[in-house]
Design a protein around this ligand. Structure first.
Ligand code: ACO
Length: 334
C-alpha cells in the first residue's frame, strides 16, 4: 500500500448500435414532434439496439478499444468494472466482457448506479490503484435502456438511447495525477423520482409457503424533479471538487457532464461561469445513454482531437438513486 501511487487515464473506447432513430421516426407512433424534443432536450436522434445487438458485445468492443489505445495486452488487465443498469445477466455482465477480451487475469464485476454509474466506477477503480491492489483497470459504462422504456410513454422514451464507452486507467509513474479530486453522493429518500422496479407476484409453493416471482417493469420518471435536482446539485458538487483540488473554473479545458438534457448542460455551465465552447455535448446524436454517456462523449472528443493529453476535465454524473458525483480528471500522460 502506497499513498504515492498516481493514476493515469491512458485509453478510451466506445461502441453504439448501428440503428439510428430520429425524432421524426418516433412521431410515427408517438404523439410527439422533432420540435418538442429538440427544444426541450437538445436530442435529435438516438441509437437503438435491435435484435442483433447485445449489451455485452458493445461493452466488450468499447473495452477492447480502450485497452488497445492504452497499449495493454489482455493478460495485463487486472480489474474490469462494468457500470450498467441493464445487464443481460442479473448475476453480472462483466464476466462476459472479461471472457470476450481474453482478460483471464482480471477480476470483473458489475456496478449499478444508473447514470452516475460510470463516474462511481471510475472512482472505485481508482481506489484499487491507489491502494496498490491493481495496476491496470478497465472501467466500462454500458446501457441499453431501450429495452426498459415504455415505448408508449412520450415523457421518457424519447430521452434515452443505447451505447457503451470505456476508459483504461493505470498506476502512473512519478505520481502523475489523472484523478485530482472526487465526490459521490446518494439521496435514497428521493429514489422514487426515477425507478425501474421489480414487480413481485405471489407464487404459492405449498399451503404454508408463498414465495415471490415476477419481473421488472419499465422506467418511470418525474422529469421536473430530476431536472431541478440536477441543476441544484451538480454545480455544488463540481464546485466542491474544484475547491478540493485548488482549481478555478477558468483553468478547466472541458466540462464533461452526464448527457441528459442540453438545458441542464447550459444551466450548470452558466452557474460555474464556464463558456459554452468548453461544454462537451453529443446529446444531439445519442440522447441519454445512461452509464455510457460520459465515456462515449470522452472517447468522441479524444478521437476528434478536442481532448488532448494534459487537458483538465471536470466531470459530473447524476441520475437515479438519486445519485450524483463529480471528478476532476487530467487526460493522458504528457
Ligand atoms: N412530446 C410532446 N410533448 C411532450 C413530450 C413529448 N415527448 N413529453 C412530455 N410532453 C408534454 C407533457 O405531456 C406536458 O404537457 P401537459 O402540460 O399538457 O401535461 C408538456 O409537454 C410539458 O411537460 P414537462 O414534463 O413539464 O416538460 P419539461 O419541460 O419538464 O421537459 C424533460 C421534460 C425533458 C423530461 C425534463 O424534465 C428533463 O430533462 N428532466 C431531467 C431528466 C433527467 O435528467 N434524467 C437524468 C437521469 S436518467 C437516469 O438516471 C437513468
Amino acid at each position: 500500500m502506497s499513498a504515492a501511487v498516481g493514476i493515469a487515464l491512458t485509453g478510451s473506447g466506445s461502441a453504439t448500435p448501428s440503428r439510428t432513430v430520429s425524432n421524426d421516426e418516433l412521431s410515427l407512433w408517438l404523439d410527439t414532434s422533432d420540435g418538442w424534443i429538440r427544444s426541450r432536450t437538445g436530442i435529435a436522434a438516438r441509437r437503438v439496439a435491435t435484435l442483433e445487438d447485445s449489451l455485452e458485445s458493445l461493452a466488450s468492443q468499447a473495452a477492447r478499444e480502450a485497452m488497445d489505445q492504452a497499449g495493454w495486452t489482455p493478460d495485463q488487465v487486472e480489474l474490469i468494472l462494468l457500470a450498467t443498469s441493464s445487464p443481460e445477466d442479473l448475476f453480472g455482465s462483466a464476466p462476459a466482457v472479461q471472457a470476450a477480451l481474453g482478460a483471464t487475469n482480471a477480476v470483473a464485476f458489475d456496478l449499478t448506479a444508473a447514470c452516475s454509474g460510470f463516474l462511481f466506477a471510475l472512482i472505485t477503480g481508482a481506489q484499487y490503484i491507489r491502494a496498490g491492489t491493481y495496476r491496470r483497470v478497465l472501467v466500462v459504462g454500458a446501457d441499453m435502456l431501450s429495452r426498459w422504456v415504455d415505448w408508449q410513454d412520450r415523457r421518457t422514451c424519447v430521452l434515452f438511447g443505447d451505447g457503451a464507452g470505456a476508459m483504461a486507467m493505470e498506476a502512473a509513474p512519478h505520481g502523475w495525477e489523472g484523478l485530482l479530486a472526487m465526490a459521490m453522493e446518494t439521496d435514497g429518500r428521493r429514489r422514487h423520482c426515477l425507478t425501474l422496479s421489480h414487480h413481485t407476484t405471489p407464487q404459492n409453493l405449498h399451503e404454508q409457503l408463498q414465495a415471490g416471482s415476477g419481473g421488472f417493469g419499465s422506467i418511470t420518471m418525474d422529469g421536473q424533479e430530476v431536472y431541478k435536482f440536477a441543476v441544484q446539485q451538480v454545480p455544488l458538487v463540481l464546485t466542491r471538487v474544484l475547491q478540493q483540488a485548488g482549481i478555478t473554473p477558468e483553468q478547466l479545458d472541458w466540462l464533461l457532464l452526464h448527457q441528459a438534457n442540453e438545458r441542464i448542460l447550459a444551466a450548470v455551465a452558466q452557474r460555474l461561469g464556464i463558456p459554452a465552447s468548453k461544454v462537451l455535448s453529443n446529446l444531439q446524436h445519442y440522447g441519454n445513454t445512461s452509464a455510457a454517456t460520459i465515456p462515449l462523449m470522452l472517447h468522441g472528443a479524444v478521437s476528434t482531437g478536442g481532448i488532448q493529453p494534459g487537458h483538465l476535465i471536470a466531470s459530473s454524473g447524476f441520475g437515479a438513486g438519486l445519485s450524483w458525483g463529480a471528478a476532476l480528471l487530467r487526460w493522458g500522460v504528457t
